[in-house]
Design a protein around this ligand. Structure first.
Ligand code: FEO
Length: 168
């Protein structure tokens, strides 16, 4: 049985993952509107992944006899000044998610809920991957500088990164 405290912390994380999905969906739409089709596809795939992250938590909560809450979500930003600015926000957001997962893991440890602690290890590993991906993309953008032709190749390159993500 989950404690009320852990149930509430898991529900908070469910909302964060759902909001992550919305944020990335909004980024995908912006990228599409700017002609960055590869980046748009990448962000659509990221949005799907975040929904999976949300569902995985939600199903775990239900499986453990908890009450899962589907809450309202904050409206994401719809405009970005550049792909660089957008991916900086992706990295910043993923660091925020990692901190939130770490807080959650810490609560399960304090309460000796080792089942949930164990369940969350998948998220700990996933966050390393998510942060690394955002940093890799930012490194690529920094290499291009302001070269227009570079952005054409960058867009293709980011699209090719979708398939490279390990299966969940
Ligand atoms: Fe599910 Fe990207 O955090």
């Amino acid at each position: 049985m989950l404690s009320e405290n852990i149930e509430s912390a898991l529900n908070k994380q469910i909302r964060i993952e759902a909001e992550s999905s919305q944020i990335y969906l909004s980024m995908a739409c912006w990228a599409e509107s700017q002609g960055f089709e590869g980046v748009a596809e990448f962000m659509f795939a990221q949005a799907d992944e975040e929904r999976e992250h949300m569902l995985r938590l939600l199903k775990y909560l239900i499986e453990r006899g908890g009450k899962a809450i589907v809450s309202e979500l904050s409206k994401p930003t719809t405009e970005y000044t550049s792909p660089k600015k957008m991916f900086e926000e992706v990295l910043e957001h993923e660091v925020f998610v990692s901190n939130s997962i770490n807080d959650l893991v810490s609560i399960t440890f304090d309460e000796k809920d080792f089942a949930t602690h164990n369940f969350l290890q998948w998220y700990v590993a996933e966050q390393i991957e998510e942060e690394a991906t955002a940093r890799t993309i930012l490194d690529k953008i920094n290499l291009i500088g302001d070269e227009k032709s570079g952005f054409y190749l960058f867009d293709k390159d980011v699209k090719s990164m979708i398939a490279k993500k390990p299966a969940q």
